[in-house]
Ligand binder design. Structure first.
Ligand code: EPZ
Length: 433
């Protein structure tokens, strides 16, 4: 497995351009299955999760062509219902969007139960509730999800989500756009990527209104036509670089961002004493000489995003004083704390609450990336620490951050990538960006 070798103590300076939003792309690519025609999608992030989904679509008969590294044309005109590469589906969480898109397009779906980052139980009961409300028989057995529209086509329904769920909101939206009649999703999630999915579907001829509010209305249409769409910038990638600038005491201009999507992150960063200024070109973040302690709780958007929690955990280790972080979304998203303790951090965890005794310098150590955002947090910790940090299992990080090491080294970080002997034997030489 690849490793990152990080020499700490470097301040980040310069400019970084943000890529397309992972959590929008991993819903929009499966949604292209609904379209009889060519979807030209721009600003797709080059990450392994999007590669995996494009491969699955191709196995279903889609024609996928790369116009450039980040612009892809997907033609699902001749896609058909058939067995898909279940080993690939099992690797990622977003494979659940194939339930909605296969049901909407073919009237049938067979997928694996989703994979993805493991931080506590991540059920899909709200997804299933939505599909059943739309008129599908849904059965989970042997690790697979089987779904069948009772009379060949889904029917609109009013669906109240028992839990505010990003995935369930988007999956039901995907399934409902070709259903017969009107669907109303109540208690819907409001994340920017949900609005992005609705805008993509509408640009292909769907009729989705109210995305970004807690009530989304969808009038089913007979078919979707091809078109062009550009994915929004990734708010979590942007937030990760903002925290990296603050943690290393650097000064970084982050471009290709939508400031509105970053309001919760910017507000919390300012509380640490970090300067966050919005310009036409982007957001300029300057780390303070001394970080101040904070308290935060993760909430559904527009609250503070859970996907920024581990990164802020690192920041509170560096800030003078005691900080409290409450994880409002997941049961167990503090696994990275053990890795930070190896670097000298003093943290107490009790269920969904973690107390960080900050103000001490972190020291380099051999640590693991426990999941995607925890991995990014460990990179930030390694850059802020004294000495050398080795991070293992970095494949998690590469699922969700485009050219992460390259972009950080361009800002002055000192990160080398080490491939294991197997990779070496297969000719993937030791490389450093
Ligand atoms: C999406 O996951 C994101 N993943 C996650 O980002 C993100 O953390 C999460 O939304 C919250 O913003 C993708 O978009 C691929 P949820 P999702 O359904 O859809 C519970 C990252 O780092 N729940 O909003 O799985 C669930 O257990 C990843 O990019 C149910 O109980 O999240 C959780 O406690 C990590 N039943 C809460 O709701 C369900 O049917 C919110 O989950 C669905 C969810």
């Amino acid at each position: 497995m690849e490793q990152y070798i990080i020499r700490g103590g470097t301040r980040l300076y310069g400019e970084v351009e943000i890529s397309g939003a992972k959590n929008a792309a991993v819903a929009i690519i499966p949604a292209a299955l609904l379209v009889q025609g060519v979807c030209r999608i721009e600003n797709i992030p080059q990450i392994s999760d999007t590669d995996t989904l494009l491969t699955i679509l191709a196995e279903l008969g889609a024609k996928v062509s790369y116009v450039s590294k980040s612009t892809i044309e997907i033609d699902c005109t001749h896609a058909s219902y058939q067995d898909a590469p279940y080993d690939l589906m099992r690797k990622i969480r977003a494979s659940y969007y194939l339930i909605g898109s296969m049901l909407g397009r073919f009237g049938s779906a067979k997928t694996t139960m989703p994979g993805g980052c493991n931080f506590g139980v991540r059920p899909i009961d709200q997804h299933i509730k939505g599909m059943r409300a739309l008129g599908a028989e849904v059965d989970v057995r042997g690790g697979f999800v089987y779904a069948e529209a009772r009379d060949g086509r889904l029917h609109g329904a009013r669906i109240y989500l028992d839990k505010v769920s990003v995935g369930a909101t988007m999956n039901i939206m995907i399934a409902a756009v070709l259903a017969e009649g009107r669907t109303v999703i109540e208690n819907a999630a409001r994340e920017p990527h949900i609005v992005d999915l609705a805008n993509f579907l509408n640009s292909m001829g769907a009729d989705v209104r109210g995305a970004g509010t807690d009530t989304i209305k969808i009038n089913g249409v007979e078919s979707l036509h091809g078109g062009s769409y550009s994915i929004i910038p990734d708010q979590i990638e942007a937030g990760t670089y903002m925290v990296a600038a603050a943690a290393t005491g650097g000064e970084v201009l982050i471009t290709n961002i939508i400031p509105k999507h970053l309001e919760g992150i910017s507000a919390k960063l300012r509380e640490t004493g970090t300067s966050v200024e919005e310009y036409v070109e982007g957001i300029l973040v300057k780390g303070p000489s001394e970080l101040r302690r904070i308290n935060l709780k993760t909430m559904p958007y527009p609250g503070f995003p859970t996907d920024m929690q581990p990164q802020f955990g690192v920041l509170t280790c560096l800030a003078k004083g005691t900080s409290v972080i409450t994880e409002g979304i997941y049961d167990n998203r503090f696994k990275y704390v053990n890795e930070l303790r190896k670097m000298g951090a003093e943290i107490q965890v009790d269920g969904r609450v973690a107390v960080f005794e900050g103000g001490r310098r972190l020291t380099g150590a051999l640590v693991h990336a426990c999941d995607l955002r925890a991995g990014a947090a460990m990179v930030i910790a390694g850059m802020a620490a004294s000495g050398e940090t080795q991070i293992e299992d970095v494949n998690y990080i590469e699922r969700g951050y485009e050219r992460f090491v390259e972009k950080l080294n361009a800002l002055g970080a000192d990160i080398r990538v080490r491939y294991d002997e197997e990779d070496m034997r297969q000719g993937r030489l030791l490389s450093s960006f």
